[in-house]
Design a protein around this ligand. Structure first.
Ligand code: C2G
Length: 441
């Protein structure tokens, strides 16, 4: 029996895929199709795949051409598959010509002519053409616009800056806020914390999907209002903390939740950055984000995601120069069976790490943990230490934008952060600004 193998993502299965599967099948008696895992695709830079692995496997199954379907999970797996499964022929599209010649040591390698004029990219672009408007400070919007430009199906309409600076972001046109909303289908908001609620509300009320940095609102009630407005208007409202969408962070959360380090007793997060301005007294007038505005929500997120929001007590200590500008803030939470600490700083520097301690071991995420690519699970026995690495492309905006696009296409919000987490973060900001049970040093 002649065994043939071929591989692919097979996203939104189309005629090009069908042709290659048919021709590959004809080369032998038994066809094995390797479908890429979601992880493998994102690691090899194919991040805007629309269908989940299960849906893609289902698509291949339905063709009736595959005698066996396997999952391709890592670089270098092809050699192992060919040997392990006793493959005679490896077949792949001509767009890969030359790339898999190294397999000819183990089996015959055939490049089949690629079908012209059709691709998943084209289908994605046609289906998901989304006009995205960017609202916020030029410095931040610049980063996200760079990453958005490479995503199929997202067209950036322009920006609207509210930081008093009329800096243009790249070649993008700067509009008034209302004009930008008019011209867009969806809005990315990373503006000053106290402007966000009105901006999100206005956008949702005008039927626009919103991806907004946290906090979106000051106060739990206002966050709840935004959820309701989004629902009423059939809009997607998603949290824009990019850490939440990175593969490494998501994996570590799942591992902690599945008991990998036993019961969690403590979560500690630290996020700090020095400021581009050297004089502390002029931070506010230079429109620099304070420690809480820049880092508070990011530092709180893992605490509420892992331990929940039902803490018994909390203490906040802050060193501030005025009501809205803190240099350093330390937040401590006491739960029934655990404790947590978040430290944020602007104009002070510390080690930006995250440590999650449990009864069996602990997770260590080195600085800067909010751009997590690598983490370790450590145990009493040093030899049992496990290391995890998931590459993060760029700053990580791509992942949240791709998820946003997917949520809009599927007509539902994919919840990476949790509504309760969003509401609790909003509450902490309200109490912080109102100096409710906040100790000043
Ligand atoms: N294909 C084709 N004609 C098209 C589009 C795709 O013949 N118009 C072929 C590709 O050449 C490939 C297969 O269909 O052999 C699957 O294509 P993709 O889903 O795009 O997967 P790809 O990224 O090419 O993955 O390990 C993964 C493989 O290396 C290939």
């Amino acid at each position: 029996m002649k065994k043939v193998i071929t591989y692919g993502t097979f996203d939104m299965l189309h005629q090009g895929h069908l042709n290659i599967l048919e021709r590959a099948k004809k080369l032998g008696d038994y066809l094995i199709v390797g479908v890429t895992s979601d992880d493998f695709d994102s690691r090899r830079g194919k991040i805007n795949v629309q269908q989940s692995m299960m849906e893609r496997v289902e698509g291949v199954k339905k063709t009736g051409l595959a005698d066996q379907i396997i999952i391709e999970e890592y670089e270098g797996q092809k050699i192992d598959d060919v040997n392990r499964l006793g493959i005679d022929i490896f077949a792949i599209g001509s767009d890969w010509k030359g790339k898999f010649d190294y397999l000819s040591e183990f089996c015959q390698v055939i490049y089949l002519e690629r079908t012209k004029g059709i691709s998943s990219t084209k289908i994605r672009t046609k289906n998901n053409h989304l006009r995205l408007g960017l609202v916020g400070n030029a410095g931040r919007i610049w980063k996200v616009s760079n990453e958005a430009l490479v995503i199929n199906g997202i067209d950036i309409v322009g920006t609207s800056g509210n930081d008093g600076c009329d800096k243009r972001v790249g070649n993008l046109e700067n509009f008034s806020f209302k004009d930008l909303i008019d011209k867009s289908d969806a809005i990315f908001i990373e503006s000053n914390v106290r402007d966000r609620f009105e901006q999100v509300k206005y956008s949702l009320e005008h039927g626009k999907h919103v991806l907004c940095d946290l906090p979106m609102a000051i106060g739990k009630k206002k966050q709840q209002d935004l959820f309701e407005i989004a629902k009423k208007n059939g809009c997607v409202l998603m949290s824009g903390i990019k850490t939440a969408y990175s593969t490494a962070y998501y994996r570590l959360l799942l591992m902690v939740k599945s008991g990998e380090i036993g019961d969690v007793l403590s979560v500690e997060t630290t996020c700090t950055s020095l400021s581009e301005v050297s004089k502390i007294s002029s931070y506010s007038e230079n429109n620099i984000w304070s420690a809480m505005d820049a880092w508070g929500a990011t530092a709180l997120m893992p605490i509420f995601q892992i331990l929940g929001t039902d803490y018994i007590d909390r203490t906040i200590v802050t060193k501030s120069i005025d009501k809205y500008f803190d240099l350093f803030t330390k937040m401590d939470f006491i739960y029934e069976n655990a404790v947590a600490t978040a430290k944020v700083g602007k104009g002070i520097k510390s080690e930006g790490e995250m440590i999650i301690s449990g009864t069996k071991g602990y997770v260590y995420v080195p600085a800067p943990w909010w751009k997590t690519e690598y983490f370790e699970i450590r145990y009493e026995d040093l030899n049992k230490k496990k290391r995890f690495f998931y590459e993060l492309e760029g700053e990580g905006f791509k992942y949240e934008l791709v998820n946003f696009l997917r949520a809009i296409n599927h007509g539902r919000t994919i919840n990476y952060t949790g509504d309760n987490v969003l509401k609790e973060v909003s509450r902490i900001y309200e109490e912080f600004y109102n100096r409710k049970d906040v100790n000043l040093i």
